[in-house]
Design a protein around this ligand. Structure first.
Ligand SMILES: Nc1nc2c(ncn2[C@@H]2O[C@H](COP(=O)(O)OP(=O)(O)OP(=O)(O)O)[C@@H](O)[C@H]2O)c(=O)[nH]1
Length: 242
């Protein structure tokens, strides 16, 4: 599937008269209330919205990126989590998708368990593993470090991400942590990143920039582990299957 091309002219120098922008459709899915709308606002407008209502059907938000001089537009499809607000739209959601963000709420284990049905919906709509997938645990500003129950551990999320060939982030649309933490599990080469929302944008952009012609044929080979190679330069390779 090719990304779409847009041509726009500007009044600047001759070299900037024609600017090529590749547009990628990024589907945002997950249970109702996990923060898809708030997160897409943060990803696109840089702010946490003051007021949100349940999404009906779909909302669109764009984010323009410049990666190594190439203009890339991420068109985020913020889909309704509630079944009653999405059922007539589902086929439209899944047409010509370039990447998928699976969102859950780190303080709501049910929303994490619900991910299995979102993965299944992707499969039923012919979205294979060649399409880049990102797992995002949202609302980590509400995480209580003294409590285990009622929260989704990062280990559990990493294991899910690994099983489904997803890149994993934990974040907060509301109050992103200032410090970056990365770690490596002792049992086998998996690193994770707990970082700011902006790193998610950069990771999606970098992944899609490389996916000139996404197809099953060029899907990454995955044998079960991944690692972040360079956190400081997210426009480069952030993790690879190894
Ligand atoms: N504390 C905190 N609250 C959040 C965060 N993200 C979203 N919320 C709150 O969670 C509630 C639901 O957020 P939405 O963005 O509407 O959730 P949604 O997944 O889009 O819900 P649907 O449209 O029903 O699918 C709102 O009250 C938000 O203010 C976050 O990172 N931290």
């Amino acid at each position: 599937m090719e990304s779409s091309l847009e041509f726009s002219s500007s009044l600047g120098s001759v070299s900037s008269l024609l600017t090529r922008t590749r547009t990628f459709k990024v589907l945002v899915i997950g249970d109702s209330g996990v923060g898809k709308t708030c997160l897409t606002h943060r990803l696109c407008a840089g702010e946490f919205p003051r007021r949100v209502e349940a999404t009906i059907g779909v909302d669109f938000r764009d984010r323009l990126l410049d990666i190594d001089g190439e203009k890339i537009k991420l068109q985020l499809w913020d889909t309704a989590g509630q079944e009653r607000f999405r059922k007539s739209m589902v086929q439209h959601y899944y047409r010509n998708v370039h990447a998928v963000l699976f969102i859950y709420d780190v303080t709501c284990p049910a929303s994490f368990s619900g991910l299995a049905s979102w993965v299944e919906e992707c499969r039923q709509n012919s979205l294979g593993q060649e399409i880049p997938r990102f797992l995002v645990g949202n609302k980590n500003d509400l995480r209580d470090p003294c409590r285990i129950e009622g929260q989704v551990s990062q280990e559990r999320a990493i294991s899910f991400a690994k099983a489904h060939n997803m890149m994993f982030f934990e974040t907060s649309a509301k109050n992103p942590p200032n410090k970056c933490v990365s770690g490596r599990r002792s049992d086998g080469g998996v690193s994770y990143q707990q970082d700011k929302v902006e790193d998610i944008v950069a990771a999606i952009g970098a992944k899609l920039k490389r996916q000139k012609r996404p197809s099953a044929a060029n899907a990454p080979v995955h044998n079960g582990s991944f690692k972040i190679l360079n956190k400081k330069r997210p426009d480069k390779e952030m993790w690879t299957c190894c």
